[in-house]
Design a protein around this ligand. Sequence first.
Ligand code: 13P
Ligand code: SF4
Length: 344
Amino acid sequence: MAADIVGERIEQLRRRYGAGLMILGHFYQRDSVIKHADRVGDSLELARAAADSSALRIVLCGVRFMAESACILAGPERSVYMPDAGAGCPMAAMADPDQVERAWRDLGGDAAGFLPVVYVNSSAAVKALCGRWGGSTCTSSNARRVFEWVFSQGRRVFFLPDEHLGINTAEDMGLRRSETAVYDPRREGGGLARADLDRARVVVWKGFCVVHMAFTADLVMAVRRAHPEAKIIVHPETPSDVVRLCDAHGSTSQIVRYVEEAPDGSLIVVGTEQHLVERLAEKWRGRKTVKALAGSVCANMARTTPEALLALLERWPESLRVTVDPGAAADARLALNRMLALAK
Ligand code: 13P
Ligand code: SF4
């Protein structure tokens, strides 16, 4: 079917379902999907939109952890669907619940003064552990706020699954490297020496996002040499040695705002997923120049196509419905709600 016919058909169905349907789109989605979304945002904004929505059907154009969070927050009377049920997040898959339970024991858990802070890029089962252990989820836009909440209770942070967001947040708060430690789930005891663990105020899980690992110090230095006037901003899933060479770092919404607030005539080089960078470049063409630090696509985000969205809206197959075990959902909701209350 031609692209304009697919788009027109999606719009007809949106009109037919009216307020009973809410389509949420993450910034990394392709434009041909985003144009059909009722709300576009970062992962925090999408979670909030799902929690506040009264629509009976929510369609999440993003990846599975976002749809699971929407499902947990929207409650059992609303149904959440994904146009492509196979769109996962490889980083979320790097923390398996059994490994996380083992790590909690290795670290000494609550008795050793830890509280878990779980990045929303994680499975519902891992969020449930976090809720049960008294912790909070976070996104890249409020990780610092959640770390402050832990420190205000005189506790230490066990952060997972992204090493880089954890280290960047600790460094933003002025912690020294010796106050952080990396837990490697593939190694006995996380590969941590007793002395390093005792000193650590923040222990981070050794996980990463392949999309943001593409942004290197060499690329930043090359931009600095070629365009000394450029401002460079990256997402905090980028390793901290690269982040420290840049002018700014922030969540996808914060990147959108950074570009918006830059003066006309500026050159802004952005290190995040390519669909967002291309959209920003297009939006500001003629006023500001937006370039990608490197072309880096999230293959999972890209699985959602207009054709898949149309097929979902036409048939609502049960295979595309996202469900979370009710027990896990109740515990995970505790962790998500703590974040939403902190990030008000
Ligand atoms: P944001 O929370 O910044 O939208 O990031 C989500 C994500 O998956 C980044 O890779
Ligand atoms: Fe996961 Fe990275 Fe894709 Fe974000 S960009 S959804 S962290 S793989």
